[in-house]
Design a protein around this ligand. Sequence first.
Ligand SMILES: *Cc1c(COP(=O)(O)O)cnc(C)c1O
Length: 366
Amino acid sequence: MDLDLIPANPYLLLTPGPLSTTKSVRAAMLRDWCTWDDDYNQMVETVRSRLVALASPQPGYSCVLMQGSGTFSVEATISSAIPVGGKLLVLNNGAYGDRIVKIAQYHKIAVLAQDSGELGAPDLQRLRQNLEQDSAITHVAVVHCETTTGMLNPIYEIGAIVKEFKKTFIIDAMSSFGGIPIDMDEVQADFLISSANKCIQGVPGFGFILAKREALETCRGRARSLSLDLYDQWQAMDKGKGKWRFTSPTHVVRAFSQALDELQQEGLVERFNRYRNNQRLLVNGMRELGFETLLPDAQQSPIITSFISPKDPDYSFQNFYTALKKRGFVIYPGKVTVAATFRIGNIGDVHAADMTRLLTAIELLC
Ligand SMILES: *Cc1c(COP(=O)(O)O)cnc(C)c1O
């Protein structure tokens, strides 16, 4: 494929996903696939096994691909993992933690939201107390990178406590998996969820659940929804060697397979370093221009950063957004309620030179 035939994007997406992909990922979508054919099913199996290899070098893990956006995979996990009479504790500090609580409520699953506020790290002492005092709790869920603020939650410390109490541990690693090295075995996670259009740099259309095989086994007969039945989807894929129960997003899977090739070429640690370097260049440059970050550096992820909106009475996000878009950059509105903010993501096919160009564009607007 001559990549010169693939149109360039009109602007760079500095968002938490869908994000800017490479031309080679977009080019990978230019043919059709039969969902019953070996060519396609083998690709699905390769994608699954490569995701498992990214999740941990230890044996005993499997991967389930699920149609829909990332939330569908979170919902499939919550509604399939927690048994009747079980109870979920959610360590909540943002919109995505809230979403997990809401999913549990929709499915009439008992849920305890341990809220630490949008700017607060999860209180590990309180987690311990809650697990001591409420023996009904069977599962604990947390968001790794809370995309609402850009905060990174301490999943290793949380996992140690959850396992001390022998509970099942679920991580929404949607916006971090593939961009921050995570070993599920070291984190002691039973389920870890992400999607195609975040740090692996594919296009939107499906999510995936990485899980211990024994944790997936417990989901048998527990699902509260047919299409989101995690166990059934897993069984169908495993036994069918890459078959999906219902129509799968074939072109998106092919693009994802290409994105995994590109992640392997770059290297996971190198990708993490590129993102971290992008984020540092961005924050250092923005601070020089007089902007403040919402979070202290110690809590900040290398994925997306919230900046406090300028105090200038003439500032409006819409004008700022439109002016930057004209210069080739799309940023993201703020999502916290505690302060007026805007967000800039630095994941995807985004490099140091892009950060420098962005800072020049912002300087011209200031
Ligand atoms: C992107 C994201 C999701 C899923 O969002 P969708 O819009 O359903 O893809 C879930 N959790 C986090 C932390 C995210 O960043």
